[in-house]
Design a protein around this ligand. Structure first.
Ligand SMILES: [Zn+2]
Length: 450
């Protein structure tokens, strides 16, 4: 029930008009920020309810390896965070998710607010208890879900205004409501409510208004946050594809000194080269001892490149969603196991994978689950999708683990070259230009073997 969210608040037309007209003037001119000086490693900083320990930096690119200690334990960065929309990763039990080595996953505030609702979350003591998950949780603000799911959502200075899908009444999600709900969820990382518009929007004035409003909404979130000693509020940098606007927003967000920093509004259909340009421009300005989260990123190539550009944390529904279409993610690309060619293939989903499906039975030497079995079940049983979900989440986390180990060993460039060589056996000529260019911009030449 929407009423249970406690975000319900009817808006009169007069209020909306007043709210819009009270928008603050454009922000002050950007000050120049020096790139962070190299610290002696390891170096750590405690802020809010987290400790960030920077362990290693790639000597070629901007890739970093670190440990982020949250209220529910340490998380090894860089990390991919699976998305458990309704406090459950579709197809996996908490124990199976734990087995993938996941120690930080996402929940969606909007969905939890709808069901089971805030009263239930308060009664049970938060989302960890609700889903039997003793590791870390990150929650989004709920705003993006509303804007993307509810076509009639509109943004005012007060918040995200929308018509209830329940009874059609006008409702409002404010920064204060979002934080109140995330406080009840008691996630380890809470996200600010931000004003998100699609990066490819040609409306520069609207983009600036959204960026500046996101900064003002962060201030309201900080004021509303009741449990900063056990929940970390992350800011979200906006500004579309305009690098100067992104830099200006980065400056404003850094000044607000939240425990972690996110780059938002990307992965919305923009060209990959534009995406990389924005991420590189922002990470260049960020303080070294805070985690950096790029929202909505999950394709393996994007992860490798984004880590090289200096980002630490990522999330995406793609690996779990594509599992439900019968797809296995592997280092050689995606395989659609529904294809007839797998009907009598008794190998594992991916050779060498350590997931519960692909592991070899020590007695028979065969994988616990064969491609033939997944093929057999994928089209008509949910079991096939569950098995693929397990494998795909494992793949993503193992990829990040490999990246991290290579950064610590200072062999990340070789790791990245091997990653692209596995994905594109035709050779460097087949590598996507955007990836080659982005990696070259941080000193990594993908086309050499040295
Ligand atoms: Zn596997």
């Amino acid at each position: 029930m929407l009423a249970a969210i406690r975000m319900a608040s009817t808006l009169s037309t007069k209020t909306v008009v007043a709210a819009v007209s009270s928008a603050a003037p454009s922000s002050a001119k950007i000050r120049s920020i020096s790139p962070p000086v190299d610290a002696v490693l390891p170096a750590s900083a405690t802020h809010g309810a987290l400790t960030f320990e920077l362990l290693a930096r790639c000597s070629t690119t901007r890739a970093r390896a670190s440990t982020l200690t949250l209220p529910h334990g340490p998380v090894q960065l860089p990390v991919f965070m699976p998305v458990a929309t309704q406090a459950s990763l579709k197809g996996l039990t908490p124990a199976q998710l734990e087995d993938t080595s996941c120690r930080l996953c996402l929940n969606n505030t909007y969905h939890l607010g709808l069901k089971p609702g805030q009263a239930t979350l308060d009664a049970i003591g938060g989302a960890h208890a609700l889903q039997g998950w003793n590791h870390n949780l990150l929650t989004d603000s709920g705003g993006f879900q509303m804007v993307s799911l509810l076509q009639l959502a509109t943004i005012t200075e007060q918040g995200v205004e929308f018509l209830s899908p329940h009874d059609g009444k006008p409702m409002l999600l404010t920064p204060e409501h979002s934080i109140d709900l995330q406080n009840s969820i008691a996630s380890d990382i809470a996200m600010q409510l931000d004003d998100v518009i699609v990066t490819t929007s040609p409306d520069a004035a609207r983009m600036r208004a959204a960026m500046e409003r996101s900064v003002r909404w962060l201030d309201r979130c900080i004021t509303a946050h009741k449990i900063p000693d056990r929940q970390n509020l992350f800011c979200i940098i906006q500004g579309g594809l305009d690098v100067d606007m992104r830099r200006e927003c980065t400056q404003a967000m850094i000044e607000r000194d939240t425990p972690g920093i996110a780059i938002g509004g990307l992965s919305g259909g923009e060209a990959k080269a534009d995406y990389c340009r924005v991420v590189a421009a922002v990470t260049e300005l960020l303080p070294p001892l805070k985690p950096r989260y790029v929202m909505g990123i999950g394709y393996p190539e994007d992860l490798v490149v984004s880590v090289a550009l200096g980002a630490d944390m990522f999330d995406c529904v793609w690996p779990t969603r594509t599992a439900r279409f019968g797809n296995a993610v592997t280092r050689h690309g995606m395989l659609n196991i529904k294809h007839q060619r797998y009907a009598e293939d008794y190998g594992p989903l991916e050779e060498g994978c350590g997931c519960q499906c692909c592991r070899l039975d020590p007695e028979t030497g065969l994988p616990y689950v064969t491609r033939a079995f997944v093929h057999h079940t994928a089209a008509k049983e949910t079991a096939g999708a569950h098995l693929l979900t397990m494998h795909n989440v494992w793949y993503q986390l193992a990829l990040m683990r490999g990246i991290r180990e290579s950064i610590i060993a200072d062999t990340f460039p070789a790791f990245a070259r091997q990653f692209f060589a596995d994905l594109y056996p035709e050779g460097p000529a087949a590598f996507p230009d955007w990836a080659v260019d982005a990696l070259a911009s941080v000193g990594l030449d993908l086309t050499t073997t040295s």
